[in-house]
Design a protein around this ligand. Structure first.
Ligand code: MOS
Length: 758
């Protein structure tokens, strides 16, 4: 059912982030800022070798240090129980810390020191002596000794591998008059959220557990903590009111969290563990390094007839993680013969996991670079080549698109960028000693929906409150939900209170996969409408009116035919002898309690983009300008223009901010960022923000974000599709294609560094 919105609805209004002031003044409290009574501080000890067993541990010196309360290693740690891994659960790594003497990767947690102050704990942690029997290791995906495996070796979890086959791509490729065979690679990439990962745990006397955890999904974290410690989910309370960036890394708890909780139980006091920045590079799941071989077959007009996408990503020794880069290759173009095949290379490194647009970010780099190469080979304009392969329906499911205005996105972006002034010849445009390149690429991202719940309440003082276990990871959830309730009650958005990020609130989708806003806003609309309707009924009784004659607006209920006749929300409640009117609603329609509990803390109830009668995807067209110094090879990003078709824009301020941020992140992936593996030592050579090159202000040019903005009635009741990850897709390729256009040099290995221009 589509929700009709009035032209002056607060939904769709350019409302600034309501949490902005609290964040910049320090009033917003992040997970690591909670100080429960009697708090102690923990610091991790991590392995310095990539493989082997711990042969000796000497904790005596650390234990004798001032203020030290506890040193845990595998010799005295409590037992933990496994928690199901993504996507079957919310855990990112199977690794249960300190459960054995095995070292799987450099940076693995092998001990934890708890002391009265963080400084005492950090000092003592350096005094824990560890000896190893080292073992042979492979730390780099490109290691010639590495042995890959595929879905056929995955046993019962083979269903997690999204191989795709339609037609006969090998045969079609063999017959194609024009072919391309190119391999595109990407390094290990790190989320680098400003807020560090941390866990603060406190046990109550009755055995219940409270955890302040920066998490994108309190329900997921709750399920993992409960599993690890053999508790029922109701015995675990997870609190995360603000998250200082997640980008996927905070989608599910990572092993260090177990150690804070374990130490708190051992000591009978609250314990806080904050990771150092280098510990993030060692122990927090990154985006894996990938190799993506793309083979295209086309006819001379540019119609692509065959596409073979061989995806390979590194995984850990213990766990499978699929970087689903081939999805976008299977779904984007109207190609009759397609094969997508995934393979995995185990390395001695932390289990990788989701980072913003997992799959599509890198997959769109490979696919859209290959399309640019094909366009160049055929002497076709890159947009024209894409139009000749435009998919009018979803080529995977055969279903119609819920809405696809990608042609308009190409036009809008091209117009804003000035694409028609481009000289197609590589190296033909310059500005002084700099070669100018203009490149473009398309992007897309599936719109997922996960059942969610929310409550709405009109309080005795007449104020309105919305509550949900969804989180705001900096994306604007607080603001959007206030806008929705404001629409329903006819009140200003800034008068709505919103409470989020607490596992005792109604369960909601993960703030990930670009799905939270689309999953949660219709549910808040339902809950608020139910609360408003009850308020109208109370008012009708008091006013001697029929409820159909009444309206809600401006903090009061009034007669539609006589607006001066009305009662304030507070008066209605007081005169009805009510302290509040509240309603809770969810979108678990048709899902039984039992089924729902079976999928607790998993993505098992996820509605896939083609689950219904339509295939639901967001679309984009991104244009980039780079300048490459002819003598030095330095590459400057000068302009980015992105035209986005994401359905109705619920809030242009927060939506633009999401897309702009993702385009910045894609700029980093294109030109700067790489986890550099020291294959000799088996660890990262640049585990810090000084040497892992992130874009800074000077690296970021003018970025223009344009919206098509046409509501999509099939996406969700408010007409909105996913946004959060869209800015990552297409942007890396647009930049790479611009570098090619500037120089004639095709760089297929990210990042595109100046030395690759020589
Ligand atoms: Mo995102 S990688 O789904 O947080």
């Amino acid at each position: 059912m589509t929700i009709e919105l009035a032209p002056d609805s607060p939904i769709g209004a350019a409302t600034g982030r309501r949490d902005g002031r609290d964040k910049v003044t320090g009033a917003a409290r992040y997970a690591a800022e909670f100080q429960p009574e009697g708090l102690l501080h923990a610091v991790l000890v991590t392995s310095t070798v990539p493989a082997g067993v711990i042969s000796a541990v000497d904790t005596a010196q650390a234990e004798a240090m001032p203020g030290v309360r506890l040193v845990l290693t595998h010799r005295n740690a409590a037992r933990l129980y496994p928690a199901p891994l993504y996507p079957f659960g919310a855990a990112f790594q199977s690794l249960l810390p300190l459960q054995d003497d095995k070292v799987r990767f450099s940076g693995q947690a092998i001990g934890v020191v708890v002391a009265d102050t963080p400084e005492q704990a950090a000092d003592a942690a350096t005094r824990v002596r560890v000896g190893y029997h080292t073992a042979p290791f492979i730390s780099d995906v490109g290691d010639p000794r590495a042995v890959s495996y595929g879905a056929e070796d995955c046993g019962e979890i083979a269903e997690a591998v999204p191989n795709h086959r339609r037609g006969d791509a090998e045969a079609a490729l063999a017959e194609a008059p024009v072919t391309l065979d190119a391999t595109y690679t990407s390094p290990r990439l790190y989320h680098c959220a400003m807020e560090l990962h941390s866990t603060t745990a406190a046990w109550d006397a009755d055995g219940t557990l409270t955890v302040w955890e920066p998490t994108q999904w309190v329900a997921g974290a709750q399920s993992v903590f409960a599993a690890w410690f053999g508790l029922q989910p109701e015995q675990v309370h997870v609190i995360a009111p603000y998250i200082g960036g997640g980008f996927g890394s905070k989608g599910g708890p990572q092993p260090h969290a177990a150690l804070a909780i374990m130490a708190a139980r051992e000591l009978g006091r609250p314990v806080k563990l904050v990771l150092t920045r280098p510990q993030h590079f060692g122990g927090i799941s990154p985006r894996p390094a990938t190799r993506n071989r793309v083979r295209l077959g086309a006819d001379p007009t540019g119609k692509v007839t065959a596409l073979i996408y061989d995806s390979l990503n590194e995984v850990s020794i213990d766990d499978l993680y699929v970087e689903p880069s081939g999805g976008i290759a299977a779904q984007t173009y109207d190609v009759p013969h397609v094969t997508v095949d995934y393979r995995f290379v185990p390395v001695n490194a932390v289990t990788p996991s989701s980072m913003r647009a997992p799959g599509e970010a890198i997959g769109s780099f490979a696919l859209e670079s290959a399309m640019d190469e094909l366009a160049a080979a055929l002497d076709l304009d890159p947009i024209e080549l894409r139009l000749r392969n435009y998919a009018e329906r979803d080529p995977i499911s055969g279903k119609p698109w819920s809405g696809k205005n990608l042609r308009r996105a190409y036009e809008l972006g091209a117009e804003a960028f000035g694409w028609q002034r481009r000289d197609p010849r590589p190296g033909s445009m310059r500005d002084g000693t700099e070669l100018i390149g203009w490149g473009m690429a398309g992007g897309s991202f599936p719109t997922y929906i996960h059942p969610s719940a929310a409550g709405a309440r009109v309080c005795g003082d007449g104020t309105v409150e919305v509550v949900s276990g969804g989180t705001d990871i900096g994306t604007g959830t607080y603001t959007l939900l206030a806008q929705v309730a404001a629409d329903v009650f006819g009140i200003p958005a800034d008068s709505v209170r919103v409470r989020l990020g607490d596992s005792s609130y109604p369960e909601a989708a993960v703030s990930g996969g670009s799905m939270l806003a689309g999953s949660l806003t219709p549910v808040v609309h339902r809950a608020a409408s139910a609360a408003r309707d009850e308020l109208l009924h109370l008012a009708a009784a008091l006013m001697g009116r029929d409820v159909s004659e009444l309206r809600s607006g401006g903090g009061r209920v009034y007669a539609a035919d006589r607006p001066e006749e009305g009662l304030s929300f507070a008066e209605i409640l007081a005169r009805s002898d009510r302290t509040a009117v509240a309603a809770e609603r969810d979108s678990f329609d048709g899902i039984s309690e039992e089924e729902r509990s079976k999928f607790y803390g998993t993505l098992g109830l996820l509605r896939l983009p083609a689950a219904g009668p339509y295939a639901v995807y967001s679309w984009s067209s991104v244009f980039a300008e780079v300048a490459v110094d002819e003598d030095l090879g330095t590459i400057r990003l000068r302009r980015l223009v992105g035209a986005f078709d994401c359905g109705r824009v619920l809030n242009p301020v927060t939506a633009r901010s999401q897309l702009l941020g993702a385009m910045v992140m894609a700029g980093g992936a294109a030109l700067l960022e790489a986890g550099v593996v020291d294959a000799g030592l088996g660890r990262l050579a640049n585990p810090n923000l000084a040497e892992y090159m992130l874009p800074v202000n000077a690296d970021i040019p003018d970025i223009e974000v344009l919206f098509i903005g046409e509501p999509d009635p099939h996406a969700n009741p408010l007409g909105a599709r996913g946004i959060g990850e869209m800015g990552m897709t297409g942007t890396i390729a647009a930049i790479a294609n611009a570098v090619y256009h500037a120089t004639g040099r095709r760089v297929r290995d990210l990042p595109i560094l100046m030395e690759k221009m020589l």
